[in-house]
Each structure stands twice: as structure tokens, then as C-alpha cells.
Design a protein around this ligand. Structure first.
Ligand SMILES: Cc1ncc(COP(=O)(O)O)c(C=O)c1O
Length: 451
């Protein structure tokens, strides 16, 4: 009750609405432990079917009779840990066989990666080499990424749908450049695509965008079932191009639950509901259903973007091609920031995060609205109008402060000052005083009123 309202939580990519039939299905499966595969063989079968469907969606080169290689996880973070471990182990095995040192593995990413990549690097002792961003370019530059690759690089990770702006990185170009570099050097550096959000966007909206297993160096892809896979929090997926890309020694075989069961996950026990719900969504919606929902999200993102553009106050940082979200920065940051806007929007119930970009674009701060299935057109219009209201209020406050400071200066100038001397202040000086006064006011507001 005291938490925020999930539907108004525009900070999250994670699904906050499913149809009532699905809620019932989830409740009915709540008491099944997914890992009891021999006891709940149908759930295992549903997982395998989901893996196959996703692998086909991502154009994995699998024959009619073959099954895809992949696994259901708790989310993209676990999926990325598994994919990263597979790369690390493959690289180590190769280096050992060549009699080369294998104690300094690294991974190349953009500085815009989600925190799970930093976790992977730290937990599994892999150096993270990040390509820095710059103002106006908030994704990994494939040329710079390939320049950073060396003989210790276990993989380059590209993001299909950057967490910060929703933009797709250019995986095709990365594949081209890396193929050249591999040819020149004799290395064998592969690509992983973090398609946490974009994996359930691109196949439905941008069929001709080549980012997946159609590119030979792409060896594994993760996607979050709980984002645009349209399932509540707790499901992700990782699929490998082929069996050869998942070292066998990482797969454990247990038999004490009844039969030989291969497992390659970080967890053991977990709920079955999300896997069952994912299968339900795939069957219920099909390709057309997902396409319609994602198209609708894009439409609503457009409505919001246009509403924000009409205020004349913002630069839209997100791109039209990408994840349905709107990231936007203030054109004029003199008197208030996106953090003030975010704070003020809370009054209307909206949860809209504000954050600064990573290195080297830290000076850019943005607000981000993720458009999910349950964010309707009328909510988009209402949000745009509330943002407009907040900005107008802030502008009014600035005007008021300007008036107060100007009056004070005026009084001083007319002899009301302490020594009665005539004071002349330039516009610049007045503006600086307004800013100082304003900042004091805002800071006072920020520190008071809590508990
Ligand atoms: C690009 C990207 N990768 C990975 C993750 C982590 O995903 P999950 O929450 O499914 O673990 C996110 C989450 O927002 C993301 O945006």
C-alpha cells in the first residue's frame, strides 16, 4: 500500500500487467519448484519449447530435427552471467591448449552497459573494458570497441536496447569490423548480444535489422522474458548459437530427483510460474499478438515524445528506432534540473527516474519514461500534460524569485542599502543572485519535509 503504484512506475521495463487468465495460471503454479524436473516434466517441456521458439525468433541456425541450446533464468542478469562464464571458459580452454597465459581475461562493452555486466566482471574476475560515450552519442562505438579488443578478450558485448536511451547498438557493423580484426590477428573473438529489452522488439518491428544469429560472430543472446516478453518479474532467457558454444564442463548432471537432468543455472530452486506464464503468452499472442502490442507501445511513446516536444523545453535523447521509451534532457538547466522535475512529478503519482549519463557524458542528465503494454495513450497524454504543468510551475517560481531578487537590488540601488550608496548591478550579476537564491530555496525544500 505504501509503495508506488506499479502502473505509474515508468522507471521499469518489467511487466506490471498481465491478463486475468494469466494471473490465475501463475497462482495455480505457485507451489511448483521448477527444478523438480522429473516431478513436473510438463513444465520442463514448456521451458524447452520456449527456448526453441526464442532461438528461432533470433534466427539460430538449427535444423528441423535439432533442439536449440538455451535455458530459462531468473532474468537477463543471470542469463548474462551464464553467457559470460561460457565465453570465459571457452577462451581459457583455447589459451591453455595453445600454452598461452589465461589469467587476464577481459570483456569489451560500452560504458552504457547495465550494472549486471559490472557484476559479472567483478564476481567472475574479468576486466571490464568500457568504450566511453560522448555528448550526443550514448551507445558503444563499434570502431572504438574493436580497437580495444586484444588477445585476452573473451567477447565483445553489444546491447540491443540500451538501458539509458533504448537505442540499438550497431551489431552488424561490429560483426564486420571484428571479423576483419580476427582475420588479421588470428584471434577468435566472439560477440554476445544483450537483447534484454530489444530481443522482443526488433524481431517484431524491424525484420530487416540484422543483429542476431544471422551474424556469424554472435554466439549467444540473452533476453528478459519479464520485459517485452510480457511476463511478471522473474524470467529471462539465454540461447547459444550451437552446442559447441556452451562448454560441456559448465553443465551439471544430477540424477537424485529421478532421472538424468542437465542443469546450467546459478540457482537451483525457483518458481515454475514464470516459465508457464511465458509459454502462455507465446501461444496466446503469437507473432502477430506481440507485434500489435509492441507497435502500440511505439505509438504511445510517439504521443508522449510529441507532447514533450510541444513544451519546447526538452531535447529528446532517445531514438525513434529502438525500445519504446522516451529519454529527454532539459534544454536550459540554469534554474532547475531534471531531478527537480522528477521529484515534482511524484506529486501526481508518476515515478519517472532522472539520472546522469556514464563516462564521458556525465554532464548530461535525462529523464526516462519506459512505455509498457499497460501505459495507454490517455496515460501518455496525461503524463505529457503533467510534465508541462510541473515545468510551468517551476518557471513561475523562477519568475517569482527573479522578482524578489530584482526588488532587493532595486531597493539597494535607490539608497535603501546599508551605506546608502548607489549600486549598479549588471544583468549577469542579477542572474547569478537569482540562481543563488533559487538554489538555497530548492536545497531547503529537499532537506526538509522528510520524516
Ligand atoms: C540492457 C540490459 N541488460 C540487462 C539488464 C538486466 O536485466 P534483468 O532485470 O532481467 O536481470 C537490463 C535491465 O534493465 C538491461 O536493460
Amino acid at each position: 500500500m505504501l509503495d508506488g503504484n506499479p502502473r505509474l512506475n515508468l522507471a521499469s521495463f518489467v511487466t506490471t500487467w498481465m491478463e486475468p487468465e494469466c494471473d490465475k495460471l501463475i497462482m495455480a503454479a505457485l507451489n511448483k519448484n521448477y527444478v523438480d524436473m522429473d516431478e513436473y516434466p510438463i513444465t520442463t517441456e514448456l521451458q524447452n519449447r520456449c527456448v526453441n521458439m526464442i532461438a528461432h525468433l533470433f534466427n539460430a541456425p538449427i535444423g528441423e530435427e535439432e533442439t536449440a541450446v538455451g535455458v530459462g533464468t531468473v532474468g537477463s542478469s543471470e542469463a548474462i552471467m551464464l553467457a559470460g562464464l561460457a565465453f570465459k571458459r571457452k577462451w581459457q580452454n583455447k589459451r591453455k591448449a595453445e600454452g598461452m597465459p589465461y589469467d587476464k581475461p577481459n570483456i569489451v562493452t560500452g560504458a552504457n552497459v547495465q550494472v549486471c555486466w559490472e557484476k559479472f566482471a567483478r564476481y567472475f574476475e574479468v576486466e571490464l573494458k568500457e568504450v566511453k560515450l560522448k555528448e550526443g552519442y550514448y551507445v558503444m562505438d563499434p570502431e572504438k570497441a574493436v580497437e580495444m579488443v586484444d588477445e585476452n578478450t573473451i567477447c565483445v558485448a553489444a546491447i540491443l536496447g540500451s538501458t539509458l536511451t533504448g537505442e540499438f547498438e550497431d551489431v552488424k557493423k561490429l560483426n564486420e569490423l571484428l571479423t576483419e580484426k580476427n582475420k588479421e590477428t588470428g584471434w577468435d573473438v566472439p560477440i554476445h548480444v544483450d537483447a534484454a529489452s530489444g530481443g522482443f522488439i526488433a524481431p517484431f518491428l524491424y525484420k530487416d535489422l540484422v543483429w542476431d544469429f544471422r551474424l556469424p560472430l554472435v554466439k549467444s543472446i540473452n533476453v528478459s522474458g519479464h520485459k517485452y516478453g510480457l511476463v511478471y518479474a522473474g524470467v529471462g532467457w539465454v540461447v547459444w548459437r550451437s552446442k559447441e558454444d556452451l562448454p560441456d564442463e559448465l553443465v551439471f548432471h544430477i540424477n537424485y530427483l529421478g532421472a538424468d537432468q542437465p542443469t546450467f543455472t546459478l540457482n537451483f530452486s525457483k518458481g515454475s510460474s514464470q516459465i508457464i506464464a511465458q509459454y502462455y503468452q507465446f501461444i496466446r499472442l503469437g507473432f502477430e499478438g506481440y507485434k500489435n502490442i509492441i507497435e502500440n507501445c511505439m505509438e504511445n511513446a510517439k504521443v508522449l515524445r510529441q507532447g514533450l516536444e510541444q513544451t519546447g523545453k526538452f531535447n529528446i535523447v532517445s531514438k525513434e528506432v529502438g525500445v519504446p521509451l522516451v529519454a529527454f534532457a532539459l534544454k536550459d538547466r540554469t534554474y532547475y534540473t531534471v531531478f527537480d522535475i522528477s521529484e515534482n512529478l511524484r506529486r501526481f503519482g508518476w515515478i519517472v527516474p532522472a539520472y546522469t549519463m556514464p563516462a564521458d557524458a556525465q554532464h548530461i542528465a535525462v529523464l526516462r519514461v519506459v512505455v509498457r503494454e499497460d501505459f495507454s495513450r490517455s496515460l501518455a497524454e496525461r503524463l505529457a500534460s503533467d510534465i508541462h504543468k510541473v515545468v510551468e510551475e517551476l518557471d513561475e517560481q523562477v519568475k517569482h524569485v527573479t522578482k524578489v531578487v530584482t526588488t532587493q537590488v532595486d531597493i539597494t540601488a535607490r539608497g535603501g542599502g546599508t551605506d546608502g550608496a548607489l549600486v549598479h548591478k549588471s544583468e549577469q550579476e542579477i542572474a547569478e543572485e537569482v540562481i543563488t537564491y533559487w538554489k538555497k530555496l530548492v536545497n531547503r525544500k529537499k532537506t526538509s519535509g522528510v520524516c
